[in-house]
Design a protein around this ligand. Structure first.
Ligand SMILES: NC(=O)c1ccc[n+]([C@@H]2O[C@H](COP(=O)([O-])OP(=O)(O)OC[C@H]3O[C@@H](n4cnc5c(N)ncnc54)[C@H](OP(=O)(O)O)[C@@H]3O)[C@@H](O)[C@H]2O)c1
Length: 419
């Protein structure tokens, strides 16, 4: 449905740690609103004005829109003014439900950074049918969770079909670089999960590997995950010890949902197993991997149990609005390797890399490109209303934008191995 909106994009949550970076990138990418109409959105006018000032004199005319996450009327008024809402207000389970409902009702396209499987599942169950009717495209997980995994698999499978004439039957993803910090909103999601750890639905969504797939498509070759694994494993293909990757439980579910939504192009028995982080080789590699896995588990346990949770919240974890400093953001980077195997054992590998701290800098560029893709390429996007993933909604369109504008590289290893 064509509508004449006042804005192409409202950046909802522009005052947060990720939101401030997203505002910066959106200002640059739109030539300060000259190329595309966008607005800074949030609940606090004065804070939004401060963010606008930080963007420099060229951005002085950027419009500001205010609403509140729990005031449905204010949200409805806001979403009616725009073609796309780009939401970086989280934890989404605490602050995202009413906004998503408002977007669905008004047929407004929406993207977010949600990495909360339970909330995404609840939103799909509540809104899928209505979104299909109103035409609202809802795209979750448009940041580090889970763009590299989701588009990395799409990239590798496209290359496998070109090189071998068939897709891989299994793909694994290994992190080989992940330097940066994390922000208050991400810490908030961890705390939310721990405060609600009695909720069976949350546990089920996290441990069931296909919990985000549409009903009737929640089976496949992957077994249920452990809530918190400290298992270290030797990767024969790469010759290194690996530890579990903390974003893996979310990323894998998004990849599997994409595959189901795209109609199983890689076959119903396609396996995308647990993601892990490469640590090193030899006994020292094993030791470092085990120590890293136990350290992360310790952090989660300390956040989970009531006696230490307040101490973690007060002294260790970043608070809402806080995030890595400029040096950490700029010097950070991430890199991953994807290894795919065909049914007869032929191997293909890809390497992905992103400039900037993965959690804020690289993530904010990814979500900005996702919002721009929804706004600028609305006519090229093949899917209609409903709940989507980055790969199933925007696929190659988003991939080329990330390479051109977000500091990401997707490279294929030239020489196939194991043939
Ligand atoms: N997937 C990924 O890779 C990834 C990476 C980074 C972040 N994230 C997610 O992105 C979300 C935001 O993270 P963050 O660290 O940027 O959070 P943050 O710094 O704490 O910012 C939260 C934002 O939410 C706003 N907010 C809070 N309560 C609100 C309300 N009632 N009404 C309207 N706005 C409200 C805050 O506004 P005020 O400034 O007025 O308080 C602020 O703009 C989190 O869910 C996080 O998990 C995901």
């Amino acid at each position: 449905m064509e509508r004449d909106h006042e804005f192409d994009i409202i950046l909802w949550g522009a005052t947060g740690s990720t939101g401030r970076r997203a505002a910066h990138h959106l200002a640059l990418r739109t030539d300060n609103g000259k190329r595309l109409r966008w607005a800074l959105g949030g609940r606090n006018q004065a804070k939004l004005e401060a963010v606008r000032q930080q963007l420099g004199p060229e951005a002085a005319d950027t419009p500001i829109v205010t609403a509140d996450s729990h005031d449905v009327a204010s949200l409805e008024a806001m979403v009616a003014r725009t073609q796309v809402v780009c939401s970086v207000v989280g934890p989404y389970a605490s602050f995202g439900t009413e906004l998503l409902g408002a977007c669905v009702r008004s047929g407004t396209d929406y993207c977010d950074l949600a990495a909360e499987a339970h909330w995404i599942r609840r939103m799909i169950d509540a809104h899928q049918a209505e979104a299909e009717q109103t035409g609202a495209r809802i795209v979750h997980a448009c940041g580090m969770d889970s763009v590299p995994s989701d588009l990395g698999v799409l990239f590798l499978q496209t290359a496998a079909v070109e090189r071998f004439g068939e897709p891989c039957k299994e793909i694994k993803m290994r992190i080989d670089e992940f330097s940066g910090g994390f922000s208050g909103g991400t810490a908030g999601c961890l705390i939310y999960g721990m405060e609600h750890n009695e909720d069976k639905f949350i546990g089920e969504c996290m441990t069931q590997p296909y919990s985000l797939n549409p009903e009737g498509m929640r089976q496949g070759p992957e077994k249920p995950n452990k809530m918190m694994s400290t298992k270290v494993e030797y990767d024969e293909d790469l010759g290194v010890w690996t530890k579990p990757f903390f974003m893996g439980p979310m990323n894998t579910k998004i990849v599997r949902r994409s595959h189901a939504l795209m109609g199983y192009p890689y076959g119903e028995d396609f396996l995308y197993g647990p993601e892990s982080q490469m640590v090193g080789s030899g006994p020292l590699g094993w030791l470092k991997a085990k120590a890293g896995a136990l350290k992360f588990a310790g952090l989660v346990v300390a956040t989970a149990i009531p006696p230490t949770r307040p101490l973690m919240t007060k002294y260790v974890l970043p608070k809402p609005g806080e995030g890595p400093d400029a040096e950490t953001r700029e010097n950070g980077e991430w890199g991953v390797v994807l290894v795919g195997k065909t049914a007869d054992g032929r191997i293909i590998k890809a390497r992905l890399h992103g400039d900037g701290d993965p959690g804020t800098e690289s993530t904010s560029r990814m979500i900005v490109e996702s919002a721009l893709c929804l706004a600028e390429e609305a006519d090229k996007i093949q899917v209609g209303g409903g709940s989507w993933t980055p790969a199933s909604a925007m696929g190659e369109l988003l991939l080329s934008r990330l390479i051109a504008h977000a500091g990401l590289t997707f490279e294929l290893e030239q020489h196939p191995v194991g043939v």
